[in-house]
Design a protein around this ligand. Structure first.
Ligand SMILES: CC(C)(COP(=O)(O)OP(=O)(O)OC[C@H]1O[C@@H](n2cnc3c(N)ncnc32)[C@H](O)[C@@H]1OP(=O)(O)O)[C@@H](O)C(=O)NCCC(=O)NCCS
Length: 441
């Protein structure tokens, strides 16, 4: 399955033609697998409605389609069409992808193949259409030399079979503000309420990029993935959106929180934090303190947050903050072991022979991972006996430094053949910064 030739990673993700292997496989079942021509608004409209239907969403009104097209036209969009169906214009399956920088440990980025909008119509499910589309995405990415694929998932049961594993977990928090007092630092800058546009259109993106580069698991994003954080302009939801910004002593914005106040069934106000981004510890403390001290509010709910929050150590009653959910969020899939592992930095030197199994062949092999004192790594093919053996899934889970090698050995997911190798590899792979991805895509 591995590609015969690899093109440089700078290649445009829109250029490669549809994967011929998957197209032939689907053609054998009377289905047409093709790229969507984004310059054809009618074809896009049918694709978008098919995709939305696939997620059990409502039919989108025709006058909003141009806006959706604008938000997605830059992506590589593919579909599967059944020309024998009653409505042959609407695809029976959809996929889209692009290349985005993903942050890896050591404040570095790796180009990653982002996959999104995977749907198969209920009339065509369980015939292997998703498998053909996913394998096509992986082959196309590998052919372009992209070392990692990534996605956020609707269910945790679908993507392991293609070599993906969760590498970033996220948490939902519910904080009872009646029970606590602020016990953290008191920054000298100020929190200001600002219009949505002050962050959305002016400066917010630059802040995001600064935070992204320091946090493994965060990805580069803009366009509608960015603007939707602020809700659709003029919608009912957007009327409730408040934006608080933290400016440091020099008047430079260092963080912001997007939140909405709602009333729960007991008519008690709840502050829902839709997004909180802080480039400095001061910004983090000041914004959280602002939210926790809102008058008339009993509860602060924040979803899609890092699994480790400093806030627990900044309030007088740590039990007032409950982690109400913790679950897998970003799934990664290594395609090129050498490029992927050399792109990140490591927390400790080490010398590990890793035997990687991969049913789709992209990552299969035995590799020597040699990490120097400064945390840089060289990866070479190896004939030495393996210290650790695993599937590409486990290597992909470890990649961002948030999952323990020891835990995966205990779980029987990694075999430790050299005693002590798991603890040593754990020390090297672990990221001091908890991986986090702050959006769905
Ligand atoms: C998930 C979805 C895309 C699968 O499409 P599909 O064409 O039916 O999948 P395939 O026939 O290619 O199945 C591939 C494999 O995945 C399994 N599978 C598919 N969907 C699954 C699900 N929801 N849960 C568990 N297993 C699933 C199949 O049993 C099959 O297993 P096998 O390879 O061991 O035989 C489709 O069910 C769907 O559109 N769901 C709603 C939208 C959605 O959740 N999309 C995912 C976005 S992240």
């Amino acid at each position: 399955v591995a590609p015969d030739s690899v093109e440089p990673v700078t290649a445009n993700f829109l250029t490669p033609p549809i994967d011929p292997t998957a197209a032939a496989s689907l053609a054998g079942r009377g289905l047409r697998f093709a790229l969507l021509d984004a310059s054809d608004p009618a074809a896009f409209g049918a694709w978008f409605q098919g995709m939305t239907r696939g997620f059990h969403g409502s039919t989108v009104s025709a006058d909003t389609l141009p806006k959706h097209l604008e938000g997605m036209a830059w992506r590589r969009m593919a579909g599967v069409w059944d020309d024998s169906a009653a409505d042959p214009a609407t695809p029976v399956a959809t996929a889209s992808s692009w290349i985005a920088d993903l942050t890896v440990p050591g404040e570095r980025s790796v180009p990653a193949w982002a996959i999104s909008t995977i749907t198969v119509a209920p009339t065509h499910r369980r015939r292997g259409i998703a498998r053909d589309m996913l394998e096509a995405e992986l082959r196309t990415a590998a052919k372009l030399g992209v070392p990692v694929a990534m996605l956020t998932v609707s269910e945790a049961t679908i993507y392991a079979r293609y070599g993906f594993a969760p590498s970033v977990f996220v948490a939902d928090w519910k904080i009872d503000t009646r029970k606590l007092k602020w016990a953290g630092r008191t920054p000298s800058g100020r929190v200001q309420l600002v219009p949505i546009a002050a962050i959305r259109d002016d400066g917010g993106q630059a802040l995001l990029e600064r935070v992204r580069l320091t946090t493994p698991g965060q990805m580069q994003f803009d366009g509608h993935l960015w603007t939707r954080l602020f809700k659709t302009p003029d919608s009912e939801e957007s009327a409730d959106v408040r934006v608080a910004r933290y400016d440091d002593d020099n008047g430079i914005a260092q963080g912001f929180a997007i939140y909405r106040i709602a009333r729960d069934p007991r008519d008690v106000a709840v502050a829902n934090v839709d997004y909180l981004l802080a480039a400095t510890d001061d910004a983090y403390a000041a914004l959280w303190r602002y939210l926790l001290e809102l008058d008339l509010v009993d509860t602060v709910v924040a979803k899609l947050r890092p699994v480790a929050e400093p806030i627990l150590w900044q309030i007088t009653d740590a039990r007032a903050a409950a982690k109400t959910a913790e679950s897998d969020h970003l799934w990664t899939r290594i395609l090129d072991v050498k490029a992927a592992l050399e792109a990140r930095r490591y927390s400790a030197p080490g010398h590990f022979v890793l035997e990687i199994a991969d049913p789709l062949a992209f990552a299969a092999g035995r590799y020597l991972l040699d990490i120097t004192d400064d945390g840089t790594a060289t990866v070479t093919p190896s004939e030495e006996p393996a210290d650790l053996t695993m599937n590409v899934n486990e290597l992909s889970a470890l990649y961002l430094g948030g999952i323990s090698v020891v835990t995966l050995v205990q779980a029987g997911r990694i075999a430790e053949l050299t005693p002590g190798a798991a603890v040593a590899a754990d020390t090297s792979f672990r990221s001091a910064v908890t991986p986090w991805l702050s959006i769905w895509f």
